[in-house]
Structure formats: structure tokens, C-alpha cells
Design a protein around this ligand. Structure first.
Ligand code: ZN
Ligand code: ZN
Length: 489
């Protein structure tokens, strides 16, 4: 029998399955006429990244699934499965060559609610077989589908009898499904009114998530504040910029005395001071830095609240590479002058984009990102003192969305963005025909919700051919400038 390792005291991993992988496994398990147990190989990429003061929690991202072939199975019944490890050796080899972790998934057709003694025996057999080939330093993920739920746990070759339950199994589907460990979540009156709308399990799901907010200015600071208040368990705030006096009309948690300090650190201190029970850590750097990409990679969900197109391009890649639902918010607008020379808002809108690794159009296809704007932002970084006139030109010249900074507008789109996460976890929106779930704007002047037409570009490397989906990395995101991540498998 395995020894249950006390929770909270150690690395409690998180497991991510793509919607397509989850579908293959469930359909395979559920389609057996004999009602017998079945099993499958799931290969995982393991990200063991420590971020600031957050609890240590590895992410295991499924990169491939393979249902057992009939000839691998030596015996089965509704309550057990026995198999030969010999045919699995090619997967053990792949684990070693590609630094992957072997996962053993199976189902309980009888609905037996937890891992059984037979499961212990099977996992120990596998652990021994893999250790013999690849060394004791390996890990094994056990996945169980029973009674309509995923359960998962991890063992190490160094301590085969120690079992660590996964914090959750997350399926990047719409709705996003999060199967939590069966520990009770925090009971807190602070969440009672939100639970009245969505139920307490919803709150506990949010408590199990790690979310990054990239850019914590006008939209990012209300976004992060709302996320913290909604119960998100772990928040990472990323922003390299310092607070300016002209931000004070819209940035949450900042006072005049904070001018000149890093925005992420100001907001991190503010959110910590709320004592809501979650953890928050900050990163004072660009998201396209090695530490920025690592912080992102450790997250379950990403919020893009930056107007830096270089950063957005990174997020548009990591949503695929690290299998993360990605919600991007932005504002666009133009101020004109009337006949008397007074400014008026010609147009002003807020946008919410939702991208899942296998659904929704990417930011390039949505027209939010272009190669030209990314090049322009690189130029701006090289010449940070580019004058006002030049910067304005850069935006007006068919440029990226940018707007005057109006507090109620930046707040409003942050509200829409966080509600979009709620809708992803517990769908409540009824989208009218012309409105896209993955891309809509709110026009603050015309008072209208709108969506542009889908591009449906099958050749798009991001959302069409999906060439970045759970990609193998040599350097981070295979970009030499980002260097190699130290990985312990
Ligand atoms: Zn079992
Ligand atoms: Zn695309």
C-alpha cells in the first residue's frame, strides 16, 4: 500500500489535459461493450518551476495519449486490468529521449471511487520497469477516470511508496473543467455572495488555480484585484514599468506616494494587504524575458492586460506551448476635435479575446496583433525616449489599439475579462448569434457589443495548424534568446 504524503507541506502537482486528449481517453474508456477496465499511456511534459513565494507545484502537461492495444492486455475485468510492460518500453525510451514523464491512465467502470490496491501494484510495477531503464530519478503519473471524474497522483522512482495527490486535473476545454483533489477548499464568508451565484465548488476551483496577469496598469490592476477578490489561489503579477503620476486616475491599489515604484510590486503589496487567503508574487520584468516565460509556464490561466505587442506575441504562443486558457483584454480609441477645438471621443472600445489551445482564434487572426506592430514595439524599446508626436503617429498610423486612459473604461473591460473567466469555468452567458465567444468588443460610445468575422485561416501556425501546441522545447519556446530552462525530470 502507498503512504499518503501530507498535503500542503510539499509540491502538490497540477495536471493538464488538452480537450482532444481528454476526449480520446473518455471515449475509449466509455465505449467498451464488455464493461471491463481499460488503460492508456499518457506522456507528460513536466514543468518544475519555482516562482517567487508561491507554493511549489509542478505542472504536468499531457503531450500524447495512446490507448493500450488489445495485445498488451493480459487480463481484465470490470475491476482490474493486467498488462505486459514489454510493449511499453518504446514509451519508456521516448520519456528518456524527450525528457517526458510516463503516465498510466485507466478507468473504473464500476465507479469504485478511488485508486485501488491493484492500482498500487500496477503503478509500482511500472515505476520499477521505468526506473530499471531510465534511472531512479523518474516520476510516474497515475490518472484515474471514475464516476465522471478525473483523479491523479504522482510517484517518484526515489520513493516509490510515497503518493502525492494532484491539486487538480485541468482540461483545457470550453467549459474549462477542473477536477480538484477531494480536500475541502477554504470555507470563507468572503466568498459567500459569489458562491450564491455560482456555487461553492466554483470558488474552490478558483482557489486551485494559478493565474498570471501580464501588465498591471489601467486594465491589469482592476483585473488582478478582481481575481484576488474572487478567490484565485495563486496570482503572478508581471510588469516592468514604474507607476507614473498620470496613471493614478485608473490604477488600483496605488497612491501618489507610490509614484516611481514598480507597478507589479505596488499591486502585489496591496493585494497581500487584503488578506483574502490567496498567494501573490510579482515580477519586475518583461514577459519575454527567461524569468517571465518561466513564470507564465507555471500558470493554469493567463490574463494579458498589456499594450506591449512583444509581450502579447509571447502570450499568443504560450497559450499553445503550455496549454493555457488565455484571456486578453485591450482598449482602443480615438480622440478627435470638434469645430471649437474641444476634444471628443470619436470612438472608444474595450476588447476581450479568449483563446484556448484548441479553440478560438489567435490574436493574429483576430487582428489584435500584427508583425508590423511587434516590430514597431521593438523599435520603441530601443528608443524609449521616442517623442510624444512620434509615439502618437505610431498608434494612428493604422497602429495597434491604444487609447486615452479613462478609469471607468479600463475598469469596465477588466470586469468583462474576469467575468469571461467565470463564464469559462461555469458558463452563464447566452451569446446572441452574431457575437463570438472568443472575440468581442464593447463600444463605449455607441453602447454596443460587437464581434468581427472569423478569419478561419487553416494555415495559421498558431490556431490553424497549431504547430506550437504542447511543443517540445530545447530552449524556452525554442527561441535561442530565451535560453535553456534547468529541468529536473
Ligand atoms: Zn484501478
Ligand atoms: Zn491564428
Amino acid at each position: 500500500m502507498g503512504i499518503e504524503v501530507p498535503r500542503r507541506s510539499m509540491n502538490q502537482p497540477r495536471i493538464t489535459l488538452l480537450a482532444s486528449q481528454d476526449k480520446i481517453l473518455r471515449e475509449y474508456f466509455n465505449s467498451q461493450a464488455d464493461g471491463h477496465e481499460r488503460a492508456a499511456v499518457v506522456l507528460f511534459k513536466r514543468l518544475n518551476i519555482t516562482v517567487g513565494s508561491l507554493p511549489v507545484s509542478d505542472r504536468y502537461i499531457a503531450v500524447a495519449v495512446q490507448p493500450f492495444k488489445n495485445e498488451w492486455v493480459t487480463g481484465s475485468s470490470p475491476s482490474h486490468i493486467a498488462f505486459d510492460t514489454q510493449p511499453l518500453r518504446e514509451y519508456f525510451r521516448r520519456c528518456e529521449e524527450d525528457s517526458l514523464v510516463f503516465g498510466f491512465a485507466h478507468n473504473h467502470p464500476t465507479g469504485f471511487p478511488d485508486f485501488s490496491e491493484t492500482d498500487d501494484a500496477n503503478e509500482l510495477t511500472l515505476l520499477e520497469a521505468i526506473s530499471n531503464r531510465n534511472g531512479r530519478g523518474i516520476s510516474l503519473v497515475g490518472l484515474l477516470w471514475t464516476d465522471g471524474l478525473w483523479k491523479a497522483r504522482v510517484r517518484s522512482g526515489l520513493a516509490p511508496n510515497a503518493i502525492v495527490s494532484a491539486r487538480h486535473v485541468l482540461v483545457t476545454d470550453r467549459p474549462m473543467r477542473v477536477y480538484r483533489d477531494n480536500v475541502a477548499g477554504r470555507q470563507d464568508e468572503a466568498y459567500a455572495r459569489q458562491a450564491a451565484a455560482f456555487g461553492m465548488p466554483f470558488v474552490h476551483t478558483l482557489q486551485s488555480l494559478r493565474v498570471a496577469v501580464i501588465g498591471v496598469g489601467g486594465t491589469g490592476s482592476p483585473t488582478a484585484t478582481l481575481l484576488a477578490r474572487s478567490g484565485i489561489g495563486e496570482l503572478i503579477l508581471i510588469d516592468p514599468d514604474n507607476l507614473e503620476e498620470s496613471n493614478l486616475n485608473r490604477v488600483r491599489g496605488a497612491a501618489r506616494r507610490d509614484v516611481g515604484k514598480n507597478k507589479a510590486e505596488i499591486l502585489g503589496d496591496y493585494i497581500s494587504s487584503l488578506e483574502l487567503g490567496g498567494s501573490v508574487t510579482t515580477l519586475n520584468s518583461h514577459v519575454d524575458s527567461p524569468e517571465g516565460v518561466d513564470a507564465l509556464a507555471s500558470c493554469d490561466v493567463i490574463f494579458g492586460c498589456t499594450d506591449d505587442q512583444i509581450g502579447r506575441e509571447i502570450l499568443n504562443t504560450t497559450t499553445y506551448a503550455y496549454a493555457q486558457p488565455y484571456i486578453d483584454v485591450g482598449l482602443g480609441g480615438q480622440v478627435a476635435q470638434d469645430a471649437n477645438g474641444r476634444p471628443y471621443l470619436r470612438y472608444h472600445h474595450g476588447r476581450v479575446s479568449t483563446i484556448l489551445p484548441e479553440a478560438g482564434e489567435c490574436l493574429f487572426c483576430q487582428g489584435v496583433l500584427t508583425e508590423q506592430w511587434i516590430r514597431r514595439d521593438y523599435a520603441l524599446r530601443e528608443t524609449p525616449n521616442m517623442g510624444d508626436a512620434q509615439a502618437r503617429e505610431r498608434y494612428l498610423d493604422g497602429g495597434a489599439e491604444q487609447a486615452p486612459g479613462v478609469g471607468p473604461f479600463t475598469s469596465a473591460i477588466a470586469d468583462f475579462g474576469v467575468a469571461t473567466l467565470f463564464d469559462l469555468v461555469a458558463p452563464f452567458r447566452k451569446f446572441p448569434g452574431e457575437l463570438r465567444w472568443d472575440a468581442f468588443t464593447f463600444d463605449f460610445v455607441q453602447m454596443a457589443l460587437q464581434s468581427s468575422r472569423e478569419r478561419n485561416d487553416a494555415n495559421c501556425p498558431y490556431c490553424g495548424s497549431r504547430q506550437f501546441l504542447v511543443m517540445q522545447e530545447k530552449q524556452r519556446l525554442n527561441r535561442p534568446s530565451l535560453g535553456i530552462r534547468d529541468v529536473t525530470v
